[in-house]
Design a protein around this ligand. Structure first.
Ligand code: 5AD
Ligand code: SF4
Length: 511
């Protein structure tokens, strides 16, 4: 997402009287600046790739009945690090603040409330937040009314530490108390002792009827499970997000209908291991194939996809369902392999072998022939030898994913792998990262070239970032497609005949 500096007509800070009166000051927020204000600097995908533009459908129009005197009129800037789960949480918290009358500003320097939604999955994501917090100390000293909030995974895991190291932070909200953000902010404004730390492990997060303030008009995230019951030895998620909790089908359907009413055409379902959706509710009552069938019947919803798949949990029934519902369910899965050597997979406690991963891929492709697969890989995990790494490369060659995210192993405190030596030198990690990424790029280019001549159905996102005269959209297999057309195509479907390909995208013309 682009961050534009110097948004025009920056909002004036509301006076205390205006805050108390419960109405936003007139003309406080410029509509251009309003369309921004959610920032996602993090290009490291966690559940899947980053995407989307900032979008805000006249947010202040939503503020009304639920406007809160201590929140209305507040100029907010929200920065999101990490995965789609975090983006979803940010969009819901932004929606919740919107309902209470807050507005959003593009420039963090103009915000009266700066929120960081944080990620713990790798060390450098945490370091960047610490850096940005440290840089705010002087501003906070100058302007004590300026509020700083930290939410999400780091808040959950490092809340007490953040409170000690950055005592000028006002609010720290963990992953399971996000729905209480409004009340907590009110308590800070009422004079509660700060930093106010809210990191209790509540059983579930209930955003109620809140409509997300989304980055994109036509695409929306929808969380269906929170937390993870796996224990991959390198991963911090089970500790930051707790055990897996599924949302009931009816609740998901009503959120999906609200999104469709709000103009959404494509929904991306989110879960850390989405294949186990519903297991805690009773598998016969709620499971992923059943949820896809129910969503398929939602009128006005054009496309559904889901992330992330765990190779050990995928069932044949899912591939059949994807194929049968192929008019709406997108034939695309993100199923991380992580490594190609059985010894490494065992140390990672992934629960499958290389042979099993290949079997799952073969079954998926047999039952849903159109399916495309994306993967994640960790290079330089504890004890990974040259021979182990060669196995990752050869698995990549055998599977030929459409795309992959490659990560250098980063030791996370509190994970089982912390007890294993981090014994692959940084320069070797770097080199393996380069080799695997380049090999994936080559495969992506070859696979994309195979699409030349095919007509792709594209959901248009809007003008291309690099060339405003052209449009950008996504095909059914989530490939980026560029073609010529005017802005009136935004949010609509177009049939595009593919004429060119790079590793990252396709180009074409309207069929
Ligand atoms: N170090 C490096 N990469 C990691 N991932 C998760 N934990 C770590 C870690 N400690 C990667 C995995 C996962 C993705 C979300 O992030 O590949 O699929
Ligand atoms: Fe982490 Fe493994 Fe759970 Fe994915 S399945 S969130 S890698 S513990």
């Amino acid at each position: 997402m682009k961050h534009e500096k110097n948004a025009p007509n920056s909002p004036a800070a509301p006076t205390l009287a205006q805050l108390a009166a419960g109405t936003p000051p007139p003309n406080a927020f410029d509509p251009v600046a309003e369309a921004r204000g959610l920032e996602t600097p993090d290009k490291d995908p966690d559940l899947c790739g980053p995407e989307g533009e900032v979008y805000a459908p006249d947010p202040l129009a939503l503020a009304g009945a639920r406007a809160h005197p201590l929140i209305a009129g507040t100029a907010v800037h929200l920065v999101t690090f990490g995965c789609q789960m975090n983006k979803y949480d940010s969009e819901m918290v932004a929606g919740l603040l919107n309902e209470r009358g807050a507005g959003f500003v593009e420039d963090p320097a103009e915000a009266q409330l700066l929120i960081f939604n944080t990620c713990s999955v790798r060390g450098h994501a945490e370091d960047r937040v610490y850096g940005r917090l440290g840089a705010l100390k002087a501003r906070k000293r100058r302007d004590p009314g300026f509020l700083i909030a930290v939410m999400g995974c780091m808040a959950q895991k490092e809340g007490e530490h953040i409170a000690k190291r950055f005592p000028f932070v006002d609010l720290i909200v963990g992953t399971r108390q996000l729905h209480e953000f409004g009340q907590l902010l009110t308590r800070v404004r009422e004079g509660a002792k700060t930093p106010l730390v809210a990191i209790e492990e509540k059983p579930d997060v209930q955003f109620g009827e809140t409509v997300a303030r989304r980055e994109s008009k036509e695409l929306a995230y929808l969380t269906v499970t929170r937390g993870c019951n796996k224990r991959c030895t390198y991963c911090v998620v089970p500790y930051t997000r707790g055990p897996e909790v599924s949302r009931p089908v009816a609740e998901i359907l009503s959120e999906a209908r609200r999104l469709v009413d709000d103009g959404v055409a494509e929904i991306m379902l989110l879960g850390q291991t989405i294949d186990t959706y519903g297991y805690d509710l009773g598998r016969d009552k709620a499971n992923l194939p059943l949820l896809l069938k129910e969503l398929h019947d939602v009128k006005g919803l054009e496309r559904v996809r889901f992330i992330t798949s765990h190779p050990e949990e995928c069932q044949a029934d899912l591939w059949r369902t994807m194929h049968d519902l192929g008019d709406k369910v997108m034939p695309f899965i993100h199923m991380p392999a992580q490594a190609g050597s059985d010894a490494v997979l065992r140390r990672m406690a992934r629960g499958y072998t290389r042979a099993r991963y290949l079997e799952v891929v073969a079954e998926a492709r047999k039952l849903c022939p159109e399916i495309e697969i994306a993967s994640d890989w960790i290079v330089g995990f504890s004890g990974e030898s040259d021979a182990d790494f060669a196995q990752s490369l050869s698995l990549l060659d055998e599977v030929r994913p459409q795309s992959s995210y490659v990560f250098k192993y980063s030791v996370r405190e509190g994970t089982p792998a912390q007890r294993l030596p981090d014994d692959v030198p940084e320069d070797i990690k770097k080199e393996r990262h380069r080799v695997l990424s380049e090999r994936q790029e080559q495969i992506a280019l070859e696979k994309n070239r195979e699409r030349i001549g095919v007509v792709e159905r594209v959901l248009v996102q809007g003008p291309s970032k690099t060339d405003p005269g052209r449009l950008t959209g996504r095909s059914r297999t989530h490939r980026l497609v560029h073609f010529a057309g005017g802005p009136e195509w935004a949010g609509r479907f177009a049939d595009v005949k593919i004429t060119g390909a790079t590793a990252l995208s396709l180009t074409g013309e309207r069929a």
